[in-house]
Design a protein around this ligand. Structure first.
Ligand SMILES: CC(C)(COP(=O)(O)OP(=O)(O)OC[C@H]1O[C@@H](n2cnc3c(N)ncnc32)[C@H](O)[C@@H]1OP(=O)(O)O)[C@@H](O)C(=O)NCCC(=O)NCCS
Length: 315
């Protein structure tokens, strides 16, 4: 068996890479709509605002791609997964890919996979190969065609108004956007969110703009103070108009329990669907212990599709 960096210019390797992804998804996530070979190959050529670089490996046996590794690099962290074609599992290929991958992760502290299906081969393998479970999450999906938009028509909680923008936060709201976003650290599983400051908010906006990503934000402003007290954001990628991932929703501590999260999310849904009728699916991930957020999403029409674990090991 040979393990090498994926060659995007090769005739066969990108197709073999995509075929492993498709075959694995059919087995590991049945019922989920699989991407086509063309979509997967196209995505290999795209940059991502979330990562500075990607490392992709293929394991070849008699010229056939039997396993792949795909990892995005951040300054101190590598995030991604190793996948072996279902026909070739339990033969040490996953382990060999991991061993080939680790030296490529120069200087990163940890390798993480954020979406291993709970109780799956992937979780068992990861635990056998030095990973630890660091969080447990539910994945929820909104299928637009299945939802009655009436459930997004909500009355404003008294004392608040909604504001929305694409791209840059208005200057007079910037400080309170950052302070509201810092409250993401109250989540049971805050991940690696930064300590948001006005500068970091501006830096994120600039990155999205440079990557041609449409970053939509809806906030609730407290009328009495003019400050942002609830925040939610969604990113729309130019190459994937039917699908998106919902990122953060945060309510400042003193304003919780008043329906603000549901209200700003409902407003975002109405705004998105009015402008983007082609949007068919929205996915979101939440800590399993975060029942308030899970319930808000359910009230808006999201359905829990699976439970996943985050696994991490040192590099
Ligand atoms: C996880 C995955 C990559 C493992 O690939 P693999 O080539 O079958 O794994 P290996 O042969 O190297 O397995 C090494 C050890 O992991 C453990 N393991 C692997 N699969 C397992 C399973 N289904 N049940 C229990 N333990 C398992 C075993 O201890 C195994 O050693 P053994 O076969 O001598 O008992 C493969 O199952 C896969 O592609 N899953 C879907 C993608 C995924 O979830 N990736 C997450 C990892 S980042």
């Amino acid at each position: 068996m040979e393990i090498k960096l994926l060659d995007l210019d090769d005739d066969a390797e990108p197709r073999g890479y995509a075929d492993v992804r498709i075959a694995a998804q059919t087995v590991d996530r049945p019922g989920e709509q699989a991407s086509s070979q063309e979509q997967i190959i196209e995505s290999l050529r795209e940059a991502s605002p979330d990562f500075s670089e990607f490392i992709r490996l293929v394991a070849l046996r008699a010229g056939e791609v039997v396993g792949i590794a795909s990892v995005g690099l951040r300054e101190r962290l590598a995030i991604g997964s190793i996948t072996v074609h279902p026909r070739y599992r339990r033969q040490g290929i996953g382990t060999a890919l991991l061993e080939a991958l680790l030296p490529e992760l120069r200087g990163r502290e940890a390798l993480e996979n954020r979406a291993v299906v709970k109780g799956s081969a992937g979780e068992h393998w990861a635990l056998a190969r030095g990973f630890h479970v660091t969080a447990s999450r539910v994945v929820q999906r909104l299928t637009v065609a299945d939802v009655e938009p009436d459930s997004w028509e909500l009355t404003a909680p008294a004392g608040y108004r909604v504001e929305q923008w694409i791209g840059e936060a208005p200057e007079h709201l910037l400080v309170s956007v950052a302070s509201t976003r810092r409250a993401i650290h109250d989540a049971p599983d805050p991940g690696r969110d930064p300590e948001w400051t006005p500068e970091l908010v501006r830096a994120e906006e600039a990155e999205d703009q440079a990557a041609d990503v449409e970053h939509r934000v809806v906030v609730a402003v407290e009328e009495a103070t003019g400050r942002v007290v609830a925040f939610t954001n969604v990113r729309l990628y130019p190459n994937d108009v039917e699908h998106t991932v919902w990122h953060d929703t945060v309510v400042a501590p003193l304003h919780r329990g008043r329906g603000l999260a549901r209200w700003v999310k409902a407003h975002m849904l109405r705004w998105l669907l009015a402008d983007k009728p082609e949007l068919a699916r929205i996915d979101t991930g939440t800590a399993s212990a975060n029942s308030p957020m899970i319930r808000v999403n359910e009230a808006l029409g999201f359905v829990t599709t699976r439970e996943v674990v985050v696994v991490s090991r040192s590099v």
